[in-house]
Design a protein around this ligand. Sequence first.
Ligand code: CMC
Length: 424
Amino acid sequence: MTDSTLKLGDKDYPVRKGSVGPEVVDIRKFYGQSGMFTYDPGFTSTASCESGLTYIDGDEGVLLHRGYPIDQLAEQSSFMEVAYLLLNGELPDQGELDKFTNTITRHTMLHEQLATFYRGFRRDAHPMAIMCGVVGALSAFYHDSTDISDPHQRMVASHRLIAKMPTIAAMAYKYSVGQPFLYPDNSLSYTGNFLRMTFGVPAEEYHVDPVIESAMDKIFILHADHEQNASTSTVRLAGSSGANPFACIAAGIACLWGPAHGGANEAALNMLREIGRPERIPEYIARAKNKDDPFRLMGFGHRVYKNFDPRAKVLSQAAADVLDKLGISDPVLDTARELEQIALKDDYFIEKKLYPNVDFYSGVILSAIGFPTTMFTVLFALARTVGWVAQWNEMISDPDQKIGRPRQLYTGPTQRDYVPVGQR
Ligand code: CMC
């Protein structure tokens, strides 16, 4: 919807209103009309697409999926419901949910030959390295769902990715600890099945602990989608060239791995363990504030949230509940709480509006469940796959979609003549 215009140079550009949130200046014709580019490294002021999936109000600490607040979804729904919601736009009724869950359940097995891929990795390979490789390799196995112009194939690929990610992630873990891979068990829930494939062994029956299952499901919900973050934008950019969905999701996994993004959950728990006890917190706060020290408080700060990350609020409470129900007392949680309190009262963090983000407390829960830190970002990738495929589908169906091709401000040498090596 165009309501007004903004004058740039001597031309008026349309200003578009979304359903909520800041208005957007449509500058698609700007270069053609002015001969100038806009400059916005990090896309701090740039809307790269139109989307109806997820809305964030960073000043108020609000996160909505298809209009539903994240805390309501985390407390009352299930990961399968949220996956359906993100993919289809509306919450499912019971029949739709059963059908969707059944479809996902029936796609959880991996092509048997994929198991041999794992054996090519070193035992000490980071599981995110394995995820990048194995997910990218899926396109070599599922040729009947790589035609992106066919909406049915796109949906089959989306279902396959959501369904197979827990199997791939669990196998990455099993490989690292030298235990046999477990096949999926279709009688279990999405999350219960993942826990069994990860922590079960063929020699014994595995009982899914409902406390762990529910905590894990909540973590999956909280990581399902998050607007146009770096990995989602990577998936969209890769997909904009017409690349197949498996390749696009592998690209998203690679981007997520970085410590400024999904890798922060691993880094945050490592940091909390390194701090070790509350008395050492001031030393780390001082380091985070020191411009000459590259150290940052991991799990703190966010490009969009300038208030509490609503996901961190849910996770902070969930961490206490899980530890309590499992009868675990972890000093890391005390360190996290104390660090949060000290940072929130510190002028540096107040002035820069740095609050705990989703990665600050998730590690405490994942560690209590029994995951090594190297698996944390894998779990993020597993859950975010839902958002990635939903965003990718939205992009492919968008009539305005074009190959993503940013321009630049060139500051290199101007044209000069080649000089043969002997004359330089
Ligand atoms: N500790 C100390 N100082 C910080 C921190 C932090 N965690 N985060 C930001 N700052 C400072 C930063 O030094 C800068 O100061 P100045 O203006 O004096 O140069 C100011 O705050 C703004 O930071 P920025 O890096 O320009 O902000 P950004 O929007 O580009 O970066 C961020 C956002 C998330 C990358 C950053 O806050 C950060 O590195 N946080 C730690 C890593 C982390 O927890 N990442 C997870 C993000 S949430 C989940 C996800 O995306 O996967």
